[in-house]
Design a protein around this ligand. Structure first.
Ligand SMILES: Nc1nc2c(ncn2[C@@H]2O[C@H](COP(=O)(O)OP(=O)(O)O)[C@@H](O)[C@H]2O)c(=O)[nH]1
Ligand SMILES: [Mg+2]
Ligand SMILES: [Zn+2]
Length: 343
């Protein structure tokens, strides 16, 4: 039984049609007609926290395990699943997940670019919030570019969240990203003033399912705590000498934004974002001004080679005055697939 949109409390959660980036993974079987729909909000050592009855008077948190019939199929935060067994949500109840519904989006990465094993991070999110501190730790432009590529590949909209604006000026950073036209929000969290810039973050997350990714110590959990009262996500102290944070959050968790206006998913820090699985054609669909110019490209064009038709397209002005910098930025992203997956 697939959950219909009306089962969501957030009727305005933007659910994208299954067009790019997502792969249908499950074949619906008619078994378990009595199964109830649920959404996975946490995964911890083989136990899944799920929410049943989303948006109804009988909404409840249930602990579940995977049914043996699922085999090795992964279940991740954000997954829509079907549950059988004790779904009452009473403290001792343990339900069984018998099915994972088709995913609308799938954020994945490989450990590095040569690693064929994909790790699924989160399912069904529609916005990837790339969190970077403006200082302490220093921004890692290549990691950020890689996250943007992963977002485009997954069919998710990227958002840059720049934290620690109390420590450094965001202007130089923003300049580097302007041609990509990725929206950005800027925050500063201090003991004295709380979180500055939080309203813009709330607006950007409103009605969406957003995943926060970024290096450890950039302030993801701090943001989540500011957004979701009572979230109590552990935050870490960054070592001033190494700029490194302790990995204080160990697993992804989905939290509902107040007033039921969307979800935010906090993830543990990432040090690398392998992109072995990424298809350049999926990246280009996010550059509609340039995509139209690829018709004349040779077959299998990497769009970063001499014969690529995009140079002529841009030179002839078809992509507008920003065409040249747009193409440069696109190629920078395409090239991140061949650079070191770290920093
Ligand atoms: N100065 C400053 N420190 C911040 C800001 N946001 C977070 N921090 C601090 O940075 C450290 C790491 O934050 P945390 O939220 O745990 O980062 P995470 O690893 O990305 O979840 C903590 O000590 C926070 O108090 C900010 O905007 N300004
Ligand atoms: Mg954290
Ligand atoms: Zn090309």
């Amino acid at each position: 039984m697939a959950r219909s949109a009306s089962d969501y409390d957030e009727s305005d959660v933007r659910i994208r049609p299954n067009k790019r980036g997502s792969r249908p993974r499950s074949k619906d079987r008619p078994a378990h007609l009595d199964a109830v729909p649920a959404m996975v909000t946490g995964v911890d050592r083989g136990r899944y926290t799920v929410i049943v009855g989303l948006g109804t008077d009988n909404e409840r948190v249930v602990l579940a395990m995977r049914a043996r019939e699922l085999g090795r199929k992964g279940i991740v935060v954000g997954d829509d699943v079907a549950l059988v067994g004790d779904v009452t949500g009473s403290p001792d109840a343990l339900a069984r997940i018998v099915r994972v519904e088709t995913r609308r989006t799938l954020l994945r990465r490989t450990a590095d670019d040569t690693d064929p094993v994909e790790r699924v991070i989160v399912a069904n999110a529609d916005q990837l919030v790339v969190v970077s501190a403006l200082a302490n730790p220093e921004p890692r432009p290549r990691l950020i570019d890689r996250c943007l590529v992963a977002a485009y590949d997954a069919g998710m909209d990227p958002l840059l969240a720049l934290t620690k604006a109390d420590l450094a000026d965001p202007a130089p950073f923003l300049e580097n990203y302007a041609p990509l036209e990725v929206p950005a929000v800027i925050t500063a969290t201090t003991d004295a003033d709380g979180t500055d810039g939080l309203d813009a973050v709330r607006d950007a997350l409103h009605g969406r399912v957003s995943v926060l990714v970024g290096h450890s110590g950039v302030g993801k959990s701090t943001l989540v705590n500011a957004l979701v009262p009572g979230a109590y996500r552990a935050t870490g102290v960054v070592n001033d000498v190494t700029g490194r944070g302790r990995h204080t959050s160990t697993s992804a968790v989905a939290l509902r934004l107040p007033d039921g206006d969307g979800w935010v998913i906090d993830t543990p820090g990432i040090r690398s974002f392998g992109l072995a699985h990424v298809d350049p054609e999926r990246i280009i669909t996010h550059f509609p001004d340039l995509e139209a110019g690829t018709d004349e490209c040779p077959r299998g064009c990497s769009h970063d080679e001499e014969e690529c038709a995009l140079d002529t397209w841009v030179a002839e002005g078809h992509a507008g005055p920003a065409g040249t910098s747009r193409l440069e930025s696109l190629r920078r992203l395409l090239r991140t697939r061949h650079t070191q997956s770290g920093d």
